[in-house]
Write a protein that binds this ligand. Structure first.
Ligand SMILES: Nc1ncnc2c1ncn2[C@@H]1O[C@H](COP(=O)(O)OP(=O)(O)OP(=O)(O)O)[C@@H](O)[C@H]1O
Length: 374
């Protein structure tokens, strides 16, 4: 487990960052926030590329940095001794070395007793086996990033730090590399702290989310919990209100997929057979508030496939003449329905009222289901 509680005055920004990650099974923790908030600085402080003015950084049983206010640092391990694997936006490979030698660079520097991985399974998992004798100049951007990830892994780190590793790649290369990143914690037992600007990467990869704002940790918790918190929408960048639910695929049909959420099963329309989806797979379902309607009684003979019993918990002013009705559903879940003020009046909606949320399977077809490997 990584625990950080540090402060540093950096130009005009007073960084004061406290967080702890990796308490459970190894997973991916995304660090998200506006430009200039201090995300990269957090990674630099953990890795030892920058030094806090004061505070404590611990990784497992090891203290990486410790300094009381007004005193000299009692511990300040150099970056090489921190056992961290770094991956940046640019791959930073050694151009004169082959892919094999790049991959083995950190591995060779590691004491044999501390080596936890070998070249073959890492190259295999990252799809690099056929490229081992190539030089970086002959690789695509995505391949170069996979080598950078492999090189970091082979240095046998206790934690991977990734600073926008996909930001320089086009959409197709990103899609190529995402599945490899998603599997890292499970395949190699190494937790990942992952800085990104891209919410689609958070949804696809991360289990936990750390939101950084003006040099401080504004919130930390499971991705679904934080994304569904209305007070955090200015930070999570949510403009079109939606609820994100974790789910597991139950059945894959030709024109629809059934997933199980804590609130019950949901049908999701698909445009083409989902060859990549298999029963048991973890996914996230994003349900936009504008796609949810409310009824006071369970409708009969209706085309809407998803009818979810719920309790109205609140009515918030939405944009224009709309109201966002917040709902609690089974399994401690929530949903938001964007409706008109007139509908609120006509139905006599007040908090505490039992209702049914209606969600068309076809409204979830585009961007509604996001695969995620927890
Ligand atoms: N070496 C430095 N000296 C002084 N100020 C710095 C230094 N490095 C970064 N800063 C400032 O610290 C603030 C935080 O920078 P940081 O790179 O951590 O932000 P960020 O959240 O990663 O932003 P982005 O998403 O744009 O990469 C910024 O205002 C930046 O200008």
């Amino acid at each position: 487990m990584l625990t950080v509680d540090v402060a540093r005055q950096q130009g005009d920004l007073a960084l004061s960052l406290a967080l702890s990650v990796g308490g459970g099974a190894p997973g991916i923790t995304a660090v998200f926030g506006p430009s200039g908030a201090g995300k990269s600085s957090l990674l630099s402080l953990i890795s030892g590329l920058q030094t806090p003015d004061r505070g404590l950084i611990r990784l497992g049983e090891k203290t990486l940095f410790s300094r009381q206010p007004g005193q000299a640092a009692t511990v300040n391990l150099p970056p090489k001794q921190r056992r961290l694997g770094m991956v940046f936006q640019d791959a930073r490979l050694f151009p004169h070395l082959s892919v094999r030698s790049n991959l083995l660079f950190g591995w060779r520097l590691c004491r044999p007793a501390e080596r936890r991985l070998t070249l073959e399974p890492v190259a295999e998992m990252l799809g690099l086996t056929a490229l081992l004798d190539r030089r970086p100049a002959s690789l695509s951007g995505g391949e170069r990033q996979r080598v950078a990830v492999g090189r970091a892994l082979l240095s046998s780190p206790h934690l991977m730090l990734m600073d926008e590793p996909l930001a320089a790649l086009d959409a197709a290369r990103k899609a190529d590399i995402l599945p490899f990143l998603a599997r890292l914690p499970q395949d190699f037992g190494i937790p990942v702290l992952y800085v990104t600007h891209a919410m689609d990467e958070v949804l696809r990869l991360a289990d936990e989310l750390v939101l950084i704002s003006r040099g401080q940790v504004a919130a930390q918790g499971p991705v679904e919990t934080l994304l569904n918190r209305r007070d955090l929408w200015p930070l999570t960048g949510v403009q079109d209100p939606a609820t994100v639910l974790s789910a597991a695929v139950e059945e894959v049909g030709a024109d629809s997929v059934r997933v199980r959420t804590a609130a019950g099963p949901l049908w999701i329309g698909v445009e083409a057979p989902q060859t990549a989806m298999v029963p048991g797979q973890s996914v996230r379902v994003r349900i936009f508030a504008r796609d949810v309607a409310l009824a006071l009684e369970r409708p009969q003979a209706i085309s809407t496939r998803n009818i979810v019993p719920a309790t109205l918990t609140g009515l918030e002013t939405g944009s224009g003449g709309t109201v966002d009705a917040t709902l609690s559903v089974a399994g401690d879940g929530c949903l938001t329905a964007r409706i008109t003020r007139a509908a609120v009046q006509d139905l006599g909606l007040t908090p505490g009222l039992p209702v049914f949320a209606l969600i068309k399977a076809a409204s979830l077809t585009r961007g509604g289901v996001i695969s995620h490997s927890p």
